[in-house]
Design a protein. Structure first.
Length: 188
């Protein structure tokens, strides 16, 4: 939601025109709608630039899309973003991804990240975990645009296949190793 609309809606609550519960529900629904829209657009962009992703999407049990992850740092760094989970043609939930780091780093970058869950067990692991740290089970294969045009049987044996894409800004490392994915409930 545009920041000015949030200000207007909050002003209406303070003035007593709209009940606070109603405005909170409206803002949460709007945020969820924005995350869903941005996630669908990011997935369409990925399908447009990498045919391997389209093939995986047709076979995946679920697809978790983070349309914009921002990574920034100078010695200390942090990254984070919000995304949506698609199962079939339905949106089934919202997630955040976050990480902190320390070391030789400087810059700001943003990029998109799509995780294809290739079986129901991987989806169940995501649903049951109290925050899933990438680099722990299930096994994740990261596909780089520089890799050959086909997916190997070793890659397809992984439970989750990840595609980073659309990098902007200046930061050398777009690794998500150690990032934690947690369930997110849009709230104003």
């Amino acid at each position: 939601m545009h920041p000015d609309r949030r200000t207007i809606l909050r002003s209406l609550v303070l003035a007593g025109v709209l009940p606070a519960a109603e405005i909170r529900a409206t803002l949460a629904a709007t945020e969820a709608s924005e995350i869903t829209r941005d996630s669908a657009a990011a997935l369409a962009r990925l399908y447009g630039i990498d045919r391997r992703a389209s093939a995986l999407g047709a076979r995946a049990a679920g697809i978790l899309i983070f349309p914009r992850i921002v990574k920034a740092g100078f010695i200390f760094g942090a990254q984070g973003g919000k995304g949506a989970l698609a199962i079939g043609r339905q949106w089934r939930g919202y997630y955040t991804i976050a990480a902190a780091s320390f070391g030789l780093q400087a810059g700001v970058a943003w990029f998109s990240y799509v995780l294809f869950f290739m079986d129901r067990n991987a989806l169940r692991y995501l649903a049951r975990s109290d925050g899933w740290a990438l680099g722990t089970d299930p096994n994740v294969a990261v596909i780089d645009r520089g890799v050959g045009a086909s997916l190997s049987s070793t890659t397809l044996a992984k439970q989750v296949v990840a595609f980073p894409f659309g990098q902007n800004g200046l930061m050398a490392d777009l690794s998500l190793q150690g990032s934690k994915i947690t369930t997110y409930r849009p709230d104003p």
